[in-house]
Design a protein around this ligand. Structure first.
Ligand SMILES: C[S@@+](CC[C@H](N)C(=O)[O-])C[C@H]1O[C@@H](n2cnc3c(N)ncnc32)[C@H](O)[C@@H]1O
Length: 257
């Protein structure tokens, strides 16, 4: 698949999901957000950039703690949601861009914090995106990646489940793979944290995909092996499971300003 085809797939997927995604409470869940903000270590003079910001949930949570926050996303419908969220929250220190994470339209060393949440598993080359994030981060600044990180044993089954739910899913890195691309980028790791994000399957899938997804989850539940690695179980509320999310923060320390 070409880059253009993949990017179009992302825009199609997230144009359909922009509003439901922005309204799902799990995406603003308090403990997860508190851990994420702790890793960001924002101060009142911080200039922050959130890459693949979607509907601006993380960016808007950062804004009260920073001097300015910029969000960028490839899907225009997501940026529309982000602008609406900013207006509803009455935040003024924010700017939004439509653009590609692999070619950020910013000068080098423009930001003190560069974050991205739940996006690396949509990237064909997460290391290339990390390199762009490093480029636009000032020396002494922090880069924070938050994403689902299946174990090495469950990675293939996890990816198969996610591709069924979302055709723009590429592959979720394991925590060790994520830490490794940070090391390869010459970054100093300063935080490794994580959380389990509990979800109900039907809130995250197109109704047309539910029969195949439910069959996959039911087979996993029946096996008793947790091969997908998401702790799936059937309850009166439907199929519950969790995303195994990691937070990794690094400092850029190379004398460039
Ligand atoms: C699962 S959503 C996460 C949104 C947001 N980061 C959050 O945590 O709420 C993934 C987002 O990544 C964006 N995205 C995927 N690939 C991208 C790319 N190459 N450049 C910019 N945005 C991208 C999608 O448009 C979508 O809004």
């Amino acid at each position: 698949m070409t880059v253009a085809t993949h990017n179009q797939r992302i825009v199609d997927q997230f144009t359909r999901w922009a509003k439901p995604f922005s309204e799902l409470p799990i995406h603003a869940e308090a403990d997860a957000m508190a851990r994420t903000l702790r890793a960001c270590a924002l101060t009142p003079d911080t200039d922050a950039l959130d890459v693949a910001c979607g509907p601006g949930i993380l960016a808007c949570a950062q804004a009260p703690h920073a001097r300015a926050v910029t969000g960028i996303d490839i899907t225009p419908a997501m940026i529309e949601q982000a602008r609406a969220r900013q207006a509803a929250a009455g935040l003024e220190n924010m700017a939004w861009h439509v653009g590609d994470a692999t070619a950020l339209p910013f000068e080098s060393a423009s930001f003190d914090r560069v974050t991205t949440r739940y996006s690396f598993h949509h990237m064909r080359d997460p290391a290339a995106t990390l390199a762009e994030m490093v480029r636009v981060c000032r020396s002494g600044g922090r880069i924070v990646v938050i994403d689902a990180t299946p174990s090495p044993e469950t990675q293939a089954a996890y990816d198969a489940m996610e591709r069924l739910r979302d055709p723009s899913h590429t592959s979720a890195l394991t925590l060790e793979q994520l830490r490794e691309i940070g090391r390869e980028a010459g970054l100093r790791e300063v935080v490794v944290d994580g959380y389990r994000l509990e979800a109900e399957l039907s809130t995250l899938a197109d109704p047309s995909d539910m029969p195949a997804l439910a069959a996959m989850f039911d087979a996993d539940i029946a096996s008793g092996q947790d091969r997908i690695g998401v702790g799936a179980r059937r309850t009166h509320a439907g199929i519950l499971f969790h995303f195994p999310v990691s937070i990794v923060a690094w400092e850029r320390l190379d004398g460039k300003r």
